[in-house]
Design a protein around this ligand. Structure first.
Ligand SMILES: NC(=O)c1ccc[n+]([C@@H]2O[C@H](COP(=O)([O-])OP(=O)(O)OC[C@H]3O[C@@H](n4cnc5c(N)ncnc54)[C@H](O)[C@@H]3O)[C@@H](O)[C@H]2O)c1
Length: 474
């Protein structure tokens, strides 16, 4: 059945009708295209709290954007970003009195210096005059110190912890313009490794990632001369469930970023799988991951046919919905087996046979259902919550081999899976987020590419939601 709401949104008359009826009219989100050589362009306002430690990394990153940089005149007198910019040889203009009239494409604040709650006023003073004047699809990014790294400093710890609530609330205020707000936590020692997260959150690659927190810790140094437009050049990636939907978008996005992609799916999907692989110069692996022998066969194929692997994306997944009382046992078995146990078996086989190369990347696909729960999805929610647990459980162990493991938790994404939901439920699912729309498969793929990047070596054990800040499980 044609989606009436979507077709009304597709023309100006329909949009003004919906607006008159007070129904949500979502902004058109800007998305990344390879023609954009810079990750960010337009006017950017930068600020910092006194005592902050990330300003140099922040300015060095922004230096590579095609942006005009501004700083307000009301920062604490201990902060001198203009002097630092001068030292780094980059122009930084004072926004002066008229800053409230300016419209910004991005607003970034280094809050790492906030060491007591009273000092958070510096954040308010920076954001208050400008928060209403963001461009559409603008970015607000806050940098903080990971509260867990401040265990011996309770006042600083809680002052930093407060940033979570602030960021999630700003995201709700700015979402109607397609703007997002996200938080990067780090430690002083990992300051330089925040560049990858900064670029992701500031760029159109994070169009549907909103109200999220990424924690950056220790990791391998940034590769020299990294080509940020093709960061995966020379890498080989395996993507499960790659014949359609989100998996197809992941395969195409990783290939766009330079990787050679091995596309895996069940033998029944081989025609579509071959098409996806052919379009990106990739290879195919026809395999049903639910069988006990599949993991060993995958490890063997990767070793003999492809000389190991750098990136593994566990995307294949199924739903078999029923209330728990009405659920046959095989529904439970199938879902938990494919969505969770198969990931464990494949990881075990790849690690046991040393097929996953040094500095490897594992990225798993969870779901909002695994965070908020969902009616009729006890099996699915168990498996997707388990994926988040898996990532947290394995991160410390894999860190010893410089392998990272992270997850994305998609919300409502426009795929065949969600097109099958009845219209009314679908409309509610699609609009119940700060951006008032469903995401695209590429939005999930961009978040996965961010985790897969060699520049993301300090990011492990994280789960980020790709859900436009879904109101459920927030
Ligand atoms: N679409 C959404 O809104 C949404 C939301 C949250 C999470 N997810 C998750 O994202 C992932 C992809 O979802 P999608 O919407 O693209 O689904 P989809 O059904 O369109 O694609 C899933 C793919 O996995 C493959 N697959 C299933 N079982 C397999 C097996 N045993 N062996 C190998 N391949 C197998 C399928 O053939 C298919 O190509 C899934 O893990 C899903 O749970 C999707």
């Amino acid at each position: 059945m044609a989606d009436v709401y979507e077709s009304l949104l597709g023309n100006s008359l329909g949009r003004s009708l919906l607006s008159t009826l007070n129904l949500p009219v979502p902004a058109v989100l800007e998305r990344y295209s390879p023609e954009q050589s810079h990750f960010l362009s337009g006017k950017v306002l930068v600020g910092a709290a006194s005592g902050s430690v990330l300003s140099e990394t922040l300015l060095n990153t922004l230096k590579q954007a095609s942006a005009s940089l501004w700083t307000p005149s009301n920062l604490s007198e201990n902060v001198n970003l203009e002097q630092l910019a001068l030292k780094l040889g980059m122009p930084l203009q004072s926004a002066g009195e008229g800053q409230a009239e300016q419209r910004y494409k991005a607003v970034v604040f280094d809050a790492t210096g906030i060491s007591r709650s009273e000092q958070a006023r510096e954040l308010y003073d920076f954001l208050h005059p400008v928060i209403r004047n963001l461009e559409s699809s603008a970015r607000v990014v806050i940098l903080g110190l990971a509260p867990d790294s401040l265990k011996s400093q309770p006042r600083a710890r809680l002052a930093q912890f407060g940033l979570e609530g602030l960021v999630r609330s700003i995201a709700k205020e700015v979402g109607k313009r397609g703007a997002t707000c996200n938080l990067i936590y780090t430690t002083k020692a990992a300051a330089k490794l925040t560049e990858s997260a900064l670029r992701f959150f500031l760029s159109p690659r994070s169009a549907f990632v909103d109200g999220q927190i990424v924690t950056v810790g220790k990791g391998a140094a940034l590769p020299e001369n990294l080509d940020w437009n093709a960061p995966l050049k020379g890498k080989t990636a395996l993507v499960t469930g790659a014949s359609r939907g989100i998996g197809e978008a992941i395969a195409k996005t990783l290939a766009r970023d330079g990787a050679k992609v091995i596309c895996l799916d069940i033998p029944q999907a081989q025609d579509a799988l071959k098409q996806v692989a052919a379009a990106i110069g990739g290879e195919t692996l026809e395999m049903d991951i639910s069988t006990p022998e599949a993991a060993g066969q995958i490890a063997e194929a990767l070793k003999t046919r492809f000389d190991g692997i750098d990136i593994v994306v566990h995307n294949a997944g199924i739903t078999r919905d029923k209330t728990l009382g009405g659920m046959p046992a095989h529904y439970w078995e199938q879902v938990v087996n494919i969505n969770l146990s198969a990931i464990e078996r494949i990881n075990d086989a790849l690690l046991a046979s040393a097929v996953l190369n040094e500095q490897g990347r594992i990225v798993c696909v969870s779901s909002m259902s695994g965070i908020a729960g969902n009616f009729g999805q006890t099996n699915y929610a168990y498996s997707k919550s388990g994926v988040i647990g898996l990532v947290q459980a394995w991160a410390p162990e894999l860190a010893q081999k410089q392998i990272t493991i992270n997850a994305v938790a998609p919300g409502f994404i426009e795929t065949q899976m969600t097109a099958a939901i009845p219209l009314a439920t679908r409309e509610i699912g699609r609009r119940l987020n700060s951006l008032k729309q469903g995401g695209q498969p590429v939005d999930v793929a961009e978040a996965i590419a961010f985790f897969a990047s060699p520049a993301s070596s300090g990011i492990t054990g994280n789960t980020i939601r790709v859900c436009g800040q879904n109101l459920l499980g927030a």
